[in-house]
Design a binder for this molecule. Sequence first.
Ligand code: TEU
Length: 566
Amino acid sequence: MSDKWWQSAVVYQVYPRSFADSDGDGIGDLRGIIEHLDHLEALGVDVVWLSPIYASPHDDNGYDISDYRAIDPLFGTSGDLDELLAGLHARGIKLVMDLVVNHTSDEHPWFVESASSPDSPKRDWYWWRPARDGRQPGEEGAEPNNWGSFFSGPAWQLDPASGEYYLHLFSRKQPDLNWENPEVREAVYDMMNWWLDRGVDGFRMDVINFISKQPGLPDGEVPPGGLYGNAHPHIAQGPRIHEFLHEMHERVLAGRDDRYLTVGEMPGVTIDDAVLFTDPERGEVDMVFQFEHVDLDHGPGGKWDHRPIGVLDLKRNLAAWQEGLAERGWNSLYWNNHDQPRVVSRFGDDGEHRVVSAKALGTVLHLMRGTPYVYQGEELGMANVPFDAIGDFRDIETLNHYAQAVELQGQPAEEVLVALRRTSRDNARTPMQWSDAPGAGFTTGEPWIAPNPDYPEVNAAAQVGDPDSVFAHYRALIDLRHRSEVVATGDFTLVLPEHEQIFAYARRLGDASLLVLANLSGEPATYDVEAVAEWQDAEPLLANTPDAAPSPTGSLAPWEAVVYAR
Ligand code: TEU
């Protein structure tokens, strides 16, 4: 079998605030997850990645942490976490925690102490800088450099007491830690070891490729029509990034056994970088979340500037990653997480073809080489949300963008809303749809964000047990990865590479091979059977329609996906 357990594993992401509310306060919690462990077991996943449940002021739904070792009372107690861990382990499921250490909350005691005085021993734990070029602190343009925050506005916040600014790549309540300071690194490794000693099985590392900043923090390029300089080239894959990640590996994971999983979230990472980050010989991380395939439909203006893309764009990009990490390194495979709009709405058809397109997209993702991630609700084909008005959104990134675009830049509110409906992270954050009960079976109270109005039709109760459901299809895909060494570790080759509707590929290992053929369009598609002659005598292994042909025939119905094995 595969030499690493995670090569044949599937990870399920739980966003606790939106998963299940056990106490009726309208916010998901740990006991809610405990009550739904059977769902995860039925789906057959191997690992749960839990988004942050630590003490937090919740400016960014827990990605702003004020105590890394405490459970936020909103989510439960430390005893609840132990119970969740035990319940998962009893079902053979591992628990991977979110590690958010590019920044802390501004309410974390480290930052409170750092901000208390320029002479504080923790001053250098964060990025404090005076106003630029001798300007008056607070004056327009006096920020230490021109970087914009990823959540709109400048990336610097003035502390009036000292007259200095601190860096925050995300919200002003998320000050960036200074990883140049060895004390910071020690404190983080210590905390990581504490969690692993407590029994968790690894970490998903938030924006971990941002922890080494370009010395001097140079100004960024201002895009046409933009208000701020782009920090990204000066903070991503910075000069010491590999050193820091290797050191972290040495200090936290190297002395332990092979049961753990580490995955680095890395916006803007290239294939060449990813090979270095994930080459097992280098001892950094097991795999990374890359962003290229989910940034393809972003125009020059960024994530809110939609650019239509086709099947060719998508499959060329994914195939490049398959090939790029074939010899060294490992891919993580994902369509969705708590930051991305729902895939069935984005690359599928959430109307007439919702079920079949959700299954087709699941098929092409899960049978590539890499570790697949399923985001809560994806296994039900949950779709984007028809938000009515700005008041329906909750996400800080979304709300800040709206304020900046409409109030500061004078863009028409209706146009900005169109972009938010398409791309807002809140599309992924509405309650998990458990049933057709009021509140979608998520809560008996008032949910913190309204459920998608489609919940009476799209929900777990209606799908678990239905062999034709999206859920059943995801379960079959997960089961196939567990059983098939070809799926887990076989080679990948794109088939019909120039086809504009069909995403097809072969997986090969020794004498065994698989052909995945998927029409990712709402029109029938034809293809040259000669190109897949190798599978003429193959068996259909899995399909998303009841009437899949026994062998490739040269045509596929809209959104039809079939897998042949020989
Ligand atoms: O996200 C990092 C990130 O770069 C983006 O996905 C970001 O959420 C945004 O959409 C950029 O336009 C991670 C977390 O996944 C996200 O939820 C946090 O808000 C962010 O880091 C800060 O911790």
